[in-house]
Write a protein that binds this ligand. Structure first.
Ligand code: ARG
Length: 571
């Protein structure tokens, strides 16, 4: 029996028993809603609270629970008993244990898959760093959260399309061109594009206060770029491709790929249509020489076109939204972008709705919180920066040190250290509710104990090592427990059985942390089990125990995969 079927059994039993108490009218649906899972598993696998029946029955809840427990047909359960105002149900474990383990082992990494998505497209705007600037921790968050949401949706048979909306257009390119022509060198840009382009940009900003003519030159260069001037276009293309190359290094490290790199510039020739539509619908208003769309009292007006004719961030997003709808026919369109851009996305939806696009309601801003350092907001200007490349590099190095200490003879050490170091950074990000702010502390990220990625990876590797030690001749996929299933084993089993629902919940909430927390909990349960059970003793339950271990390894690895984290077999 599956655990969901067991739940139905409980509902059925309660409903039948209640029917026998003739003062009461209650529907099966009401019973269904009332059955709950006790916080403390000592109190049973399911519980039925009786508070809400007190009025109808003119009885105290405790009394009702006692009567009901007697009335319930308990033949299908290990035990049914009243405890205070609750009727507690204990399931017959053996049967559910066998079904659950068999299902996991048969389906392997497909356990938890579903067809609910019906192949419908979900576009995911994610990562989207700005050209010629370093990729920030915020962009890292967007990248790993977006990637995990894509993996989770894919498991449920949605078709995710990952779009990197690169910040590759805007007045900053004018400044960059002026700075490069004055102080730059081709060799330096080639050697380290991000650092050097950033350096030029910073220098420009240091000097332009005293030399306002610099700003004038920058404006001219940007205008040249907008008008397709050859030199300006070439420089822009070069800056873009050099920056992208260095972003690609980070994506490669993370093992993340995109379906599209259409950035802001891609929409240059697609904004006229938006402006025409807005004009045609009478939505554009003039305000101090600029064109705006008024959004009522709830939202600030959307600034569509500046007084000098330049289009803006939101204008590009309007064009991008329409382009995505036409190109991908999305069912949902997600934007994984920091909470600080909330107003922007509300405006985007509001303008699209005013334009008459009913699919505006399918746009979702998937917000996330800030990463802080020692409780303080990161700030490029104040020098509080965490450079992403350093983070990944340092994390891999720390992992290397840990492995050298714990398992010096490990084969392919470097590969494992990479999986652990990078996995640690990703997991640390994804274990928090995405809207929470969190503090970044590298040592904490890479710890093998506590609530970390390496801890989950290590638990998976431990399970794999048990299976290796046992050897294939000790294993038998058909073996089931035929003694009582103890509490610790039962805790793992219930958890395994919950995985499919957990994936669905993570998808609905667009919340990878649901999976990360699940993985931590399963790892903890398994380590608890391992500490108190001699798995590799050669008795008649050995093969059944090995099946449990295998099921845990499968689900831990799959949970990590859904986060974009690898699970080495040995570490
Ligand atoms: N480049 C922007 C930034 O770094 C993020 C873009 C998000 N995506 C979008 N379609 N607006 O802030």
């Amino acid at each position: 029996m599956k655990i969901n079927q067991a739940r139905q059994l409980v509902q059925q039993a309660v409903y039948e028993a209640l029917k026998n108490l003739d003062e009461i009218t209650i529907s099966p649906e009401q019973v269904q809603q009332m059955v709950e899972i006790p916080k403390n598993s000592q109190l049973g696998d399911f519980a039925f609270p009786t508070f809400r029946l007190a009025k109808q029955l003119h009885q105290a809840p405790v009394k009702i629970a006692q009567n009901l427990a007697k009335e319930v047909d308990s033949s299908q359960f290990a035990q049914v008993c009243a405890q205070g105002p609750y009727v507690n149900f204990f399931l017959q474990r053996k049967d559910i244990a066998a079904t659950t383990i068999e299902e996991v082992i048969k389906q392997k990494n497909n356990f938890g898959n579903s067809t609910v998505g019906a192949n419908s497209v979900v576009t995911i705007d994610m990562s989207s760093p700005n050209i010629a600037k370093p990729m920030s921790m915020g962009h890292l968050r967007s990248t790993v959260i977006g990637n995990s949401i894509a993996l989770i949706l894919d498991k449920l048979n949605y078709h995710p399309v990952k779009i990197n909306h690169l910040g590759d257009w805007g007045t900053q390119f004018g400044k960059l061109m002026v700075a490069y022509k004055k102080w730059g060198s081709e060799a330096d840009v080639k050697k380290d594009p991000i650092t050097n382009l950033q350096k030029y940009y910073v220098k420009f900003h240091k000097l332009d206060k005293e030399h306002p003519e610099l700003d004038e030159e920058a404006r001219e260069w940007f205008k040249k770029l907008e008008n397709g001037d050859e030199e300006a276009t070439q420089l822009w293309q070069w800056f873009r491709s050099e920056s992208l190359k260095s972003f690609m290094k980070v994506y490669d490290e993370l093992g993340i790929k995109f379906d599209s790199y259409n950035g802001e510039a891609f929409y240059n020739d697609k904004m006229d249509e938006i402006l025409d539509l807005l004009e045609h619908k009478g939505l554009l208003q003039e305000s101090k020489g600029a064109e705006i769309v008024d959004l009522g009292s709830d939202l600030p007006p959307a600034l569509i076109k500046k007084s000098d004719g330049a289009t803006l961030y939101i204008t590009r997003d309007l064009a991008a939204a329409l382009y995505r709808k036409r190109t991908y026919h999305f069912k949902k369109s997600l934007y994984v972008v920091g909470s600080e851009q909330s107003i922007h996305f509300e405006q985007l939806k509001a303008v699209l709705a005013k334009m008459g696009f009913t699919w505006a309601q399918d746009i979702e801003h998937i917000k996330f919180g800030l990463i802080t350092a020692n409780g303080k907001k990161l700030s490029t200007r104040e020098g509080r920066v965490i450079l992403l490349e350093n983070v990944l590099h340092d994390s891999v190095q720390l992992a290397q040190e840990q492995i050298a200490e714990k398992n010096p003879t490990l084969a392919n050490k470097d590969q494992v250290a990479h999986a652990v170091g990078v996995g640690a950074v990703i997991f640390h990000d994804l274990k928090n509710n995405r809207t929470d702010n969190f503090d970044f502390n590298l040592e904490e990220v890479v710890r093998f104990e506590g609530e970390t990625g390496p801890y989950v990876q290590y638990t998976h590797a431990r399970a794999m090592s048990i299976l290796r030690k046992a050897g294939p001749q000790a294993q038998d996929e058909a073996a089931v427990f035929d003694t009582d299933v103890d509490d610790v084993t039962w805790d793992i089993l219930k958890h395994l059985a919950n995985f499919p629902e957990t994936v669905q919940q993570a998808a609905q909430l667009r919340e990878p942390s649901v999976i990360a927390k699940y993985a931590l909990h399963l790892a903890k349960s398994f380590n608890h089990y391992y500490a108190q059970t001699k798995v590799l003793v050669d008795d008649d339950q050995l093969a059944a125990r090995l099946n449990l271990v295998q099921a845990v390894a499968i689900v831990l690895k799959e949970a990590l995969r859904l986060l974009g984290v690898q699970a080495p077999d040995e570490m």
